[in-house]
Design a protein around this ligand. Structure first.
Ligand SMILES: Nc1ncnc2c1ncn2[C@@H]1O[C@H](COP(=O)(O)OP(=O)(O)O)[C@@H](O)[C@H]1O
Ligand SMILES: [Mg+2]
Length: 291
């Protein structure tokens, strides 16, 4: 069996974990980047890397990274994943779920439509409307890039003068204003790691400020989720369509709320407080899906 791994850096920690997991399960890994792929129409092979027909060569593909790129590059990369899926390739995560998860507004609407708890959020291109929303959300908001990750570019605005300047500047540069009520969480939140229909492991992320991303220095603490939060994480991942998902959950006094689903979650922090080998569990899941 051979599994492709789309990664920007085959020697990065996660790629090494996945490659080692594959080897220990007798699977040959093939690491590649999107620019390695060639797509053909009305000639063959339909999808190849150095003329090797990947539809024949690979059993499944793990899409770890879509990467940075222009709109054209990203759309083309997603087209490639969709084409592979239509031709029968198992891709983790499915292309559609990557598209849903990467878009914070789209993902939040899908969760809300399923009746799942999410924070009050206002999204607009209009800076004047954003200012009105700033007051509506209690003059204490988190402003997020719709396509952001790892806490990068997320800011907290609680001063109306700052709000006006920031909203106008973002709008001038054609950004979309995504404003969310600030949820006081005391510097910690929950990350649930979902594989298939179970929560494999979870952690409390503890930071010395309000951003709890492990990539920004938050510390991982092992936790066992209660049934309510576990079911919430599973429903959220299912709603977005992710087979492997990192679900971020904040705790309000009234109950938990989901702030985002990560379709390409890292697990180095979680692995440090979890006895199971997470990479192996991902690969084992793919093997069962192939059967
Ligand atoms: N509404 C909010 N209230 C309080 N803190 C938040 C809120 N939204 C996000 N955060 C903090 O910022 C971090 C990053 O936000 P998140 O929406 O998960 O985006 P990213 O994709 O950058 O991880 C969260 O882990 C959390 O600590
Ligand atoms: Mg997050």
């Amino acid at each position: 069996m051979k599994i492709g791994l789309i990664t920007r850096n085959e020697n990065g920690w996660h790629s090494i974990q996945l490659r080692n997991a594959m080897k220990s399960l007798n699977i040959t890994p093939l690491c590649f980047r999107f620019p390695d792929l060639v797509a053909r129409v009305k000639c063959k092979p339909i999808l190849s890397i150095k003329r090797v027909n990947i539809l024949e060569d690979l059993n499944a593909i793990i899409a770890r990274s879509i990467g940075r790129g222009s709109l054209e590059e990203i759309v083309f990369r997603m087209d490639l994943l969709h084409r592979l899926e239509r031709l029968g390739m198992l891709i983790i995560n499915p292309a559609e779920s990557i598209e849903c998860a990467v878009d914070k507004y789209y993902a939040l609407t899908l969760l809300e439509e399923q009746g799942l708890p999410v924070p009050r959020t206002v999204v607009t291109e209009n800076p004047d409307e954003a200012l009105e929303a700033f007051y509506e959300l209690g003059e204490n908001v988190v402003l997020k890039p719709i396509f952001g990750s790892r806490g990068i570019g997320i800011t907290r605005v609680s001063d109306p003068d700052v709000a006006i300047r920031v909203f106008n500047t973002i709008s001038f540069h054609h950004g979309v204003l995504y404003l969310q009520e600030f949820i006081p969480h005391g510097g910690s939140d929950i990350r649930a790691f979902v594989i298939g229909d179970r929560v494999l492991a979870a952690m409390r992320r503890v930071a010395d400020n309000w951003k709890t991303n492990v990539s920004l220095g938050a510390k991982a603490k092992s936790i066992k989720l209660n049934e309510e939060i576990e079911n919430l994480a599973l429903k959220a991942a299912k709603t977005i369509g992710c087979k492997v998902a990192g679900v971020d959950i904040l705790e309000k006094p009234e109950g938990p709320v989901i702030i985002e689903i990560n379709s390409q979650p890292g697990w180095s922090g979680l692995q440090s407080v979890t006895p199971v080998n997470i990479a192996e569990e991902i690969v084992k899941y793919i093997i069962t899906e192939l059967k």
